[in-house]
Design a protein around this ligand. Structure first.
Ligand code: FES
Ligand code: FES
Length: 154
């Protein structure tokens, strides 16, 4: 028996055990390696994907919990209006060092700017807090958000 998931706009039939955390299905069954496994304990944000537009930590959430939800991984973010601009802003600001945390941060900023055209400092802080960066890229990520807001995010 397979599990039906919708990932990056495509219907997929998943053969893995439905209780498998989604990140392993993405990386090991589907070959979507952009989502990174960091702590595996819902503590670092590296594994974030969007589920119906909201970031979810895929390292602890079983694949079955995503049934009926619209999953977007880092590979699909550019297809979202906000996602394409967020990715471009990350590149322009060189807002990554090793880049391990970057897919999760791109997902988080895309979710933030998709739900609010003018997020306040508290909302920005709340969106970024679950995402650790051992290279210290957060100041540059804040510049990404500021640059996006300065150009009148739609
Ligand atoms: S790998 Fe999922 S939160 Fe760290
Ligand atoms: S850029 Fe290296 S962990 Fe964030």
């Amino acid at each position: 028996m397979t599990l039906a998931l919708r990932i990056n706009g495509v219907a997929r039939e998943i053969a893995s055990d439905p209780e498998t955390p989604l990140i392993h299905v993405l990386r090991d069954e589907l070959g979507l390696k952009g989502t990174k496994l960091g702590c595996g304990l819902e503590q670092c944000g590296a594994c974030a994907v969007l589920a119906d537009g909201e970031p979810v930590m895929s390292c602890v959430t079983p694949a079955a919990a995503f049934a009926g939800r619209d999953i977007v991984t880092i590979e699909g973010v550019a297809a979202l209006p906000a996602g394409a601009r967020v990715q471009a802003a990350f590149v322009q600001a060189a807002a990554a060092q090793c880049g391990y945390c970057t897919p999760g941060l791109v997902v988080a900023v895309t979710a933030l700017l998709s739900r609010s055209a003018r997020p306040g400092r508290d909302a920005i802080r709340a969106a970024l807090t679950p995402h650790l960066c051992r290279c210290g890229s957060h100041p540059r990520v804040l510049r990404v958000v500021d640059a996006a807001l300065a150009e009148r995010w739609p």
